[in-house]
Write a protein that binds this ligand. Sequence first.
Ligand code: ACM
Ligand code: ZN
Length: 563
Amino acid sequence: MKKILGVIMAGMLFGCAPKAEEFHVVPMPESVTLTPGSYSLAGKAFYADPAIGENAVKAVERFAAQLALVSGKTSDVSTEDNGQPVRFLPNPNLGEAEHALNVKKSGVTLEASSFNGFLYGIETLKQMLPEKIYAKARAKASWALPLVSILDSPRFAYRGMMLDPCRHFWTIEETKRIIDVAAAFKINRFHWHLTEDQGWRMEIKKYPRLTEVGAWRNGTMIEKDWDSNDGIRYGGFYTQDEMREVVAYAAERGITVIPEIDLPGHMVAALASYPELGCTGGPYEVRQKWGIATDILCAGNDKVFEFLDDVFDEMVDIFPSEYIHIGGDECFGGRRYKGEVPWDSCPKCLARMRKLGIKRGPDAKHYLQNYVTARVQQMLADKGRKVIGWDEILEGELAPGATIMSWRGTSGGVKAAARDFDVIMSPNKFLYLDYYQSKETDKEPLAIGHCLPLEKVYSYEPYEGMEPGTEDHVIGVQANLWTEYIATPEHLEYMLLPRLSAASEVQWCAAENKDYARFDASIDHLFRMFDVMGYTYAKHARGLIGLPGSEQPAAPAEEPAAE
Ligand code: ACM
Ligand code: ZN
């Protein structure tokens, strides 16, 4: 199957009108066979076989309603078969997420074996229609689909994106907008980074101070001036009802929300709320600068584990995800920090190390972190959940069963897979969407640094550097959007789009089916889509840099040096 698109992209099956260059679906389906002609969808009756399931029928109804809204022609959806020309049918022979979509002169059939399979087929239908299918009111367009036969399924089962609502807070409505655009690119995991040094965002009823105190900071450093402070109280949090609303909203779009509680580091907001959870007892205050704090949860105090168990009880009740993300990154002041950490001089932590037989020395903290991770892993296993952690949890001796999210480049993922752990690849150099998008940083809105152009995101190959035979441990790929330097929805979307669509081809397409020139030819389609959907996006791929209102032409590409 994987070979078929390769053949098509070589032009053999795409040779007839409409041309391959005019077929713009991102991520590109695995197998596409176009034939001349088109099918007009507006006003056609839909049959949704009840065996496709209630949720899939609802998704078909939403699609029909959207088509009716923009076209002005009603498409009735019925679960009774009257020979309607647009048909949504179960096909148990297709794999999870796989779907077969056929558009002929006589009508359309979409077959799948799962809810997500139907959703992905519908997303493909939308992208094959004029971009005005995404409009919020009646729009003039042809509503014609190309005649096509598509068989499609993703390369990776886990296709994620992460949003940081802690450094800057994003309302439920903005969060849903991000989920909407992720769904358009067939992303199926939304990793919600809900706790940080700079703000705790998740209501926990047993610990009200986490949001009374921990959700608010009394100022924020200004841009990159580490000695500055704007003195403005900043914060916010999500109630449990709001988080449930996001979970349900995402689920309707085929996306599982994976919440993160980052521990034992990145916990200053929790320590400010309950100082007894730290090694020194504080006082602590919600952090007002970016960067990495050295104050972390005390690993020697059993009250900390009671606290975590209680928090997990409430989390698992809100989030039905198979995984809970437990963070684990940068617990000891970051990579360059060589000083003492609170665990080195805390009587309770030192007693715990002695009891565990951990020898003093530079690696002791990693073994103590292993103890914290293992205890948390067991707590969550008792609640029927598995853990994901950032690649730092691999240092020392990680207990089996955890999934590693490789962010410090790819080496954590490579090592984890070699040690038989499952891996989600999220290397900063390729998938950190808070990085600048060009080298012309004077034309860009502020970013954390580095340079991650669209093409570089696209170029990422998740198996690169893996030890042969360990590739199957890579269960997925994720793009991350940290928000230290991003304070407005427009800026957030500018950083996300269109780089998320490039990431979606890394997640969805077989390596041999990726082709940057072909993807680039779909950029105008994507831009029109974002325009109709009302998103802000970056236009580097068409020679412009900057947020709307301050766009500037990019410098001309340098001539290659003469031989
Ligand atoms: C991370 O970027 N600190 C996971
Ligand atoms: Zn301690």
